[in-house]
Design a protein around this ligand. Structure first.
Ligand SMILES: [Zn+2]
Length: 290
């Protein structure tokens, strides 16, 4: 099945829905890192969730969702953009991982950052991790931070990841079907993980909501893409400063930086390093004060 985000809307009330199915996008993450099974499931669900949540935003830019914990899993990061691209990474200290969200992360925090590409403020919300599942933690966050009534169903295995979101939009339409939100929640809750993973989004919508008046939008492609670049690494090295960069070069002969998300390697030798700090080479070179 293709990597797809399918948005839909219930005609008689302010309720929206989305289904995401990730295949190659999720495979691209698993090809680069061999995660232990329970962590793999959690990261896959998180990738599906970020695809869904990023698509609810109007902003052009990126959404970064982070789970930080004191347990054997210390960090999960998933980034989604308004162009429907995703990347993901997890840090963990043990191979033999077991248990649910709380066991894996221990006392944890959930942070969601919104980064508009041009104009607008960077915004970050942080809450203590609550609930036993990622879906619980995210819906709790959305209720507490955004006052958005949202329900999520997430699933992932070693091949694919998928998710279903329904969300009550602020502001009830006049003459709205007031019971619809409850009905849609009950209907949605009948979805099983296996169905979410195996059945195409359009078919899921037909099966779940066949008695409702649903407007289905055109399916949108989703893909893995990493936002790293040689220029970004160069900027990071400039921020380190000429002294430190030359120290590393003196010790190691060259600077090798590997992107954590995609394993892309960036190499800077002595000549490259000279260029980093040569005046007038890049307008992005920060001015240094001595
Ligand atoms: Zn990368």
């Amino acid at each position: 099945m293709k990597d797809t985000l399918q948005r839909f809307l219930f005609e008689n009330a302010a309720v929206r829905g989305e289904i995401v199915h990730l295949d190659a996008t999720w495979q691209a993450v698993l090809e680069r890192h061999d995660y232990p099974a329970p962590l793999r499931a959690l990261l896959g669900e998180m990738m599906a969730a970020v695809a869904l949540l990023a698509a609810t935003l109007k902003l052009k830019g990126r959404m970064i969702v982070q789970l930080q914990g004191s347990g054997p899993v210390s960090l999960l990061v998933v980034e989604g953009t308004s162009e429907r691209t995703l990347r993901a990474i997890a840090h963990y200290s043990e191979q033999d991982l077991q248990g649910d969200l709380r066991t894996l992360l221990g006392d944890g925090r959930l942070a969601i950052t919104l980064e508009p590409r041009e104009g607008g403020e960077r915004y970050q919300g942080i809450v203590d991790l609550s609930g036993d599942t990622l879906a619980d933690a995210l819906t709790d966050y959305l209720m507490r931070s955004e006052q958005l009534d949202t329900s999520l169903w997430l699933a992932a295995d070693a091949q694919q990841a998928a998710g279903l979101l329904i969300q009550k939009l602020p502001g009830e339409k006049s003459g709205a079907d007031v019971d619809l939100w409850n009905r849609v929640q009950h209907l949605s809750a009948t979805i099983r993980s296996e169905e979410l993973l195996a059945v195409p989004p359009g078919e899921i919508i037909r099966r779940l909501y066949h008695e409702e008046d649903v407007r289905v939008f055109e399916a949108e492609p989703v893909c893995f893409r990493c936002s790293c670049s040689r220029e970004r690494v160069a900027n990071m090295l400039r921020t380190l400063g000429a002294v430190e960069v030359h120290e590393i070069l003196a010790e190691q002969g060259a600077i090798d930086v590997a992107c954590e998300f995609c394993n892309q390697k960036y190499n800077f030798d002595v000549v490259d390093a000279e260029q980093l700090f040569a005046a007038g080479v890049s307008p992005e070179t920060p001015r240094t004060h001595h």
